[in-house]
Each structure stands twice: as structure tokens, then as C-alpha cells.
Design a protein around this ligand. Structure first.
Ligand code: NAP
Length: 473
């Protein structure tokens, strides 16, 4: 069984005792004391016998000095001492009291190499290795190596570090790792990707795990939004980021299966290229040619496009009915395609304008829409929808269409959510249009729809919106 091991980083014996008590009250089943974090190693190490198995870890001083401290730690009640694989001390203590550890902060090697590393570590004690996980291939290497190690029946500790490695901590029970290292408080995390003890206890040994894949996946507020929804719904669940390079996309079904991932969001650049790896695609997503949500259902991996539901909910929130309406879509990328698929199915008459005219023509052909050059637009539309980043923070600060196209009956939706009032919305407001809406509702609604697909539960949208706003602040 995997034990939650709280990492104790203290400045003196008194603080070590206080933090140990806090950790045990919060549910720690083991404690790792970072002796190297003490400014001066305490003379009295009796806090190592606090009531749950303890590990004494010390990396810095010279070997002779360290040997003496390790001996004192064991005599004071430490169950294990943690010694790195490149230290001469690794073979100088009884094997059953040594955790022999190896860290690679750059990469995860292939499965065979991981097993070779473990074979070497095992000769000195309980083997422990932590690797920086960069994406799906690394996750599978960790999983496959753990499967071989489990077969031996001997204890081992295997950890994937970094944001992409977080799922190895959530599935440490499945992996068979002896310890799951947790931060006592967020600010005390001692390794990248480490989750807090409180969160680990809340999640238990079998949490629901959802994820987002994309590349490079730097700016996304989806983890904050979904994790807030999980907590509010009292579901032991967690949403993680898995940056996935295009050449690793084919590994995603295996990652979903092995790590038992309930569902995934799919973002740039994989919304189209993920489709061949799914068994079933919802008709609206099929018509948009893009999937932003995967559901791992018992029968198969299914693809959906909840961006479409986000657009529908946004327009509904300002009573904009697309049926029979003249609608202008600005843009011809993935989001424009999702909008066109929904609006066409809802009975709108579509026009498309785009910076690159030929792309507007291609999209228009697919959905039976008119193509209009931006300079030739006239006030003919009751719904105008911007699906470009023009006006977004970091892009040029101007509306993508002339101000002359607005009327008092127009509803204007901008998919951008930062800034809240884009140049397009500011111009539309100034022209006295009927309603304006930015991309925040779409963002929250697409997230809520994905959440419901995965959990069967309608999440608290206010909680999701607050989490998004806190992250954006
Ligand atoms: P995409 O596939 O890369 O398409 C981008 C589109 O914007 C293309 O039509 C492109 O024109 C056009 N474009 C890019 N830069 C432009 C500029 N400076 N001026 C005018 N047009 C420009 O991206 P996407 O996934 O469709 O996303 C489009 C926008 O929607 C982004 O701002 C994204 O943040 C937003 N979005 C919001 C949500 C939400 O939940 N609120 C969801 C999805 C997307 P060319 O063809 O000429 O390159």
C-alpha cells in the first residue's frame, strides 16, 4: 500500500515537532525529514521517532560527517535513511534501512534504462527514482517500468516530477510506489509537481483524473477552473496538464487507459489531429472537424466539441436566437469552424470574413456560407461573432471590423476574454448595439459541459468563474 509521506522542512527541533504534529493530524502516514534544511543539524534527533515511520534525508555535508549523522538518525528512531546513488555511503548501512535514491531533473529515460537504474539502486536498499516527465512517452515509460517492478514484489519508490508528472503522484497506488511524497503546505513543496498532503488525503487512493493536452500548453486556466469545480462538487478528482508534442499524440489512448483518465480537454494544435485516435465522434464535433473533449467511456474513447456548447450558451445568455438570423463570423480557424458548425445547424444564414481570404472561402464552402472581404462589410448582421485573437492582450489594439457595421439590433460576441472589453466590444457598445458578450461565458460553459460529460454532474459555474478570475488577476 502506498503511504502519504509528508516532507518536513524545519529550521530547528521545535519546529520539526510542530510540523510533524500538523502532518499527522492532516493524515500523513510517513514523514520525511530534510535534515539538510536545518541551518544547524540538531543534537537531539528524537523528533524522528514521532509515531509514524520516518525517513532522514541529508544531501549536503561531507561523507564522514554525514555517516555520523545517519547513525544518530537511525539510533534516534528513523526507520530509513535516504542516500543518493552516487554516494560511497550507500553500501555502509543495513539494506533494509536504506532508501537508495536517484534523481534526473532533466528527463525520463526509456523503460529499459529505468529498470537498469532500479537494479543498481536495489543492491543498496529500497530503490527510489524521480524523473522529470515531459509528456506522454515519459508517462508510459514510468508506467511500464513500474509494472515490471511490481512483479518483483519488492518495495520501490517511483516518481514523475514536473507538471506533466503530477499524474504519477495521483496514481502512485496503481504504480505500486511505497511512498507518495507530499508538501505539508503549498509553499513548502520540495520537488516540482509535488501536491499537498491535504489534497492527497482529500483525493484518496483512487481519484478521478481529468487532463488537458496541447502543445506547448503554457497559458491555460483550465486546471484552476476544473479543480475548483471538483472541490465544490465534493468529488475526489483532479485535473492535470499533459503537454503533448504532435509526434506523441498517438500515445494518448494508451496514457488514458493506463492512468485511468476519465476524460481530456484537447487544445491547440491537436483539436483536429486527435480525431483518428477516437472510436466515436459526436455529430456536431464531426461537422466542426474538431474535438476539444475526450470521454473515456467503457465502450470506447469518444470525442465531443464543448466549444460549440459554449458558443450556444453565450448567445442564449443574451437572447440571441441564431435561427434565421444573418450572422457574421470573423475568422476561419478552429473556433470559427466550431461556430459555423453550430450556427449552420441552428438555422443561421452565415457570412464569413477573414484576414486570409482563401481560408474564409474554404470554410464558407464547407458550410454553405457567403464570403465577404473585411473592407466591403455593411450593416447587414444581427449577430457578429469574433473568432480571431485580434484585440486580445498582446495583439494589435484594434477592432477586426469597421465600426460602420453595427446597428441597434446587433448582438456582438467576442471569443476573447482578456481584456474583458475588447476594441470590438468597445466600438459595438459605443454604437449602441443590443447586446455585447465576451469569451468568458464561452470558456466557463465549455468547461462546465466537459465536466458534466466526465462526471455526470452539473458543476457550480460561479465557483468556476471565480477560479478563473482569481487566476487572471
Ligand atoms: P486559430 O485556429 O489559430 O485561428 C485564428 C484565426 O484568427 C484565423 O482565422 C486567423 O486568420 C485569425 N487571426 C489571427 N491573428 C489575427 C490578427 N492579428 N488579425 C486578424 N485576424 C487574425 O485559433 P482559434 O482556435 O480559432 O482561436 C481564435 C480565437 O478564439 C482566439 O483568440 C482564442 O483565444 C479564442 N477562443 C476562445 C475560446 C473561449 O472559450 N472563449 C475558445 C476557443 C477559442 P488567418 O487565417 O489569416 O491566419
Amino acid at each position: 500500500m502506498t503511504a502519504n509521506c509528508a516532507v518536513i522542512v524545519a529550521k530547528d527541533e521545535e519546529e520539526a515537532l510542530i510540523l510533524s504534529e500538523e502532518a499527522i493530524l492532516k493524515g500523513a502516514q510517513a514523514l520525511e525529514f530534510r535534515l539538510d534544511a536545518f541551518p544547524v543539524i540538531p543534537g537531539d534527533l528524537s523528533f524522528l521517532a514521532y509515531g509514524v515511520p520516518s525517513v532522514a534525508t541529508l544531501r549536503s555535508p561531507l561523507d564522514e560527517e554525514r555517516k555520523e549523522i545517519f547513525l544518530r538518525a537511525l539510533a534516534s528512531g528513523a526507520k530509513y535513511i535516504d542516500i543518493e546513488s552516487d554516494s560511497v555511503l550507500r553500501n555502509q548501512f543495513p539494506k533494509e534501512q536504506v532508501i537508495c535514491s536517484y534523481h534526473d531533473f532533466e528527463k525520463t529515460p526509456a523503460e529499459d534504462e529505468i529498470l537498469t537504474i532500479f537494479k543498481d539502486l536495489q543492491s543498496s536498499g529500497i530503490p527510489k527514482a524521480a524523473f522529470m516527465v515531459r509528456g506522454p512517452a515519459d508517462l508510459l515509460a514510468v508506467w511500464n517500468a513500474a509494472s515490471v517492478l511490481r512483479e518483483t514484489g519488492s518495495p520501490f519508490i517511483l516518481i514523475g516530477m514536473g507538471a506533466a508528472g503530477e499524474i504519477t503522484r495521483l496514481r502512485s497506488s496503481d504504480l505500486g510506489s511505497m511512498l507518495n511524497y507530499c508538501a505539508l503546505r503549498p509553499e513548502l513543496a520540495s520537488a516540482p509537481g509535488q501536491i499537498t498532503l491535504e489534497e492527497s488525503v482529500r483525493l484518496g487512493t483512487d481519484p478521478q483524473v481529468t487532463a488537458v493536452i496541447g502543445y506547448p500548453l503554457t497559458h491555460t486556466s483550465s486546471p484552476e477552473i476544473h479543480n475548483a469545480a471538483f472541490k465544490a462538487a465534493k468529488i475526489p478528482g483532479r485535473y492535470v496538464k499533459i503537454p503533448s508534442a504532435p509526434e506523441e499524440l498517438s500515445l494518448i489512448p494508451d496514457v488514458i487507459k493506463k492512468y485511468r483518465i476519465t476524460g481530456m480537454n484537447v487544445t491547440i494544435p491537436h483539436k483536429e489531429s486527435i480525431i483518428p485516435f477516437l472510436k466515436r465522434v459526436d455529430p456536431l464535433a464531426e461537422s466542426a472537424g474538431a474535438v476539444n473533449t475526450i470521454r473515456n467511456s467503457p465502450a470506447a474513447l469518444e470525442g465531443y466539441n464543448t466549444d460549440i456548447l459554449g458558443i450556444a450558451a453565450s448567445l442564449a445568455s443574451v437572447d440571441a436566437d441564431p435561427k434565421g438570423a444573418e450572422v457574421l463570423i470573423i475568422g476561419a480557424g478552429g473556433a470559427a469552424k466550431a461556430a459555423a458548425a453550430y450556427l449552420k445547424a441552428a438555422g443561421a444564414h452565415l457570412s464569413i470574413t477573414n484576414r486570409t481570404h482563401s481560408r474564409a472561402e474554404t470554410l464558407a464552402r464547407r458550410f454553405g456560407a457567403r464570403v465577404v472581404r473585411t473592407g466591403e462589410l455593411s450593416p447587414d448582421y444581427t449577430i457578429i461573432l469574433n473568432a480571431t485573437p485580434a484585440g486580445m492582450s498582446g495583439f494589435e489594439d484594434r477592432s477586426p471590423v469597421p465600426n460602420t457595421i453595427f446597428t441597434k439590433d446587433t448582438v456582438v460576441m467576442d471569443m476573447i476574454y482578456y481584456p474583458e472589453i475588447t476594441p470590438l466590444l468597445a466600438a459595438a457598445k459605443a454604437a449602441g448595439v443590443r447586446a455585447c458578450i465576451n469569451g468568458k461565458t464561452m470558456l466557463i460553459e465549455q468547461a462546465a459541459a466537459s465536466f458534466t460529460l466526465w462526471t455526470g454532474i452539473i458543476p457550480d459555474r460561479d465557483v468556476m468563474r471565480k477560479a478563473f478570475e482569481e487566476r487572471a488577476a
